[in-house]
Design a protein around this ligand. Structure first.
Ligand code: PEP
Length: 252
């Protein structure tokens, strides 16, 4: 059975006092989970705080970005090895905000995922189409291109240690969730792409759905055959919402 996952993406939110309450609450809630893995991806400056609050609990933590370079004159960048020093298990790569606002292309995303794997992190590789692309009927073409670029660099071995996240750009932070059927259709397509790389991959690599997941819609999304959990933005900032989403992943 594939791993069930619920991963929070705090984006650029938080403060030391606010985080303390949120981290304590999600750590306490994680204690009741049986099979799902849950994690929060926090801004870089809060990694030490997450590490100290979550170490020894069932709530893992990670970062939202990583450099593709191991070290050197890359002002403002953070390497995968540095993230490991702060106990990160996961790192998001290719989030649509990175692709759209910071010009990260498929090759950069693939290189970041590779750097993460080489340092012992699990990359969560995000793919997804814009509204214009969906309306033009090119969702599979776009998602297939994004996946293919990562697959070419990571190979079967790298993909086997990665997590994928389907995040339709039109559903991120908009309150507009893909229907369970819309999500399932793309997840099944991605599952097929994994199977084409290697039969074993299709059943091993978790594919998360992201885009306005809330406590109220998590269970129906996670009930779909190829949806293995969620990548949660806004709702991961509210302890009660995120806790309920983790519980829905655990029960799915
Ligand atoms: C995200 O940031 O990855 C995300 C899915 O955001 P939201 O849940 O707020 O749509």
């Amino acid at each position: 059975m594939r791993q069930r996952l619920a991963v929070g993406n705090w984006k650029m939110h938080g403060s030391l006092p606010e985080n303390r309450d949120l981290l304590d609450a999600v750590a306490a809630a994680a204690a009741g989970l049986k099979k799902a893995v849950c994690a929060v991806c926090v801004p870089f400056p809060y990694l030490a705080q997450a590490q100290s609050a979550l170490a020894g609990t069932r709530m893992a933590w990670g970062a939202q970005n990583v450099s593709q370079h191991p070290k050197g004159a890359f002002t403002g960048e953070v390497s995968a090895a540095m993230l490991r020093e702060f106990g990160c298990r996961y790192v998001l790569v290719g989030h649509s905000e990175r692709r759209q606002l910071f010009g990260e292309g498929d090759a950069t995303v693939a290189a970041k995922a590779k750097a993460a794997l080489e340092a012992g992190l699990t990359p969560i590789v995000c793919v997804g189409e814009t509204l214009a692309e969906r309306e033009a009927g090119v969702t599979e073409k776009v998602v297939g291109r994004q996946f293919g670029a990562a697959a070419e660099v990571l190979g079967v071995k790298g993909l086997a240690s990665s997590v994928l996240a389907y995040e339709p750009v039109w559903a991120i932070g908009t309150g507009k969730t893909a229907t369970p059927e819309q999500a399932q259709a793309v997840h099944a397509f991605v599952r097929g792409l994994l199977a084409r790389q290697d039969a074993g991959l299709a059943n091993g690599v978790p594919i998360l759905y992201g885009g306005s997941v809330k406590a109220a819609n998590a269970a129906e999304l996670f009930a779909m055959a190829d949806v293995d959990g969620g990548l949660i933005g806004g709702a991961s900032l509210a302890a009660s919402e995120f806790t309920a989403i983790c519980q829905a992943a655990d029960a799915a």
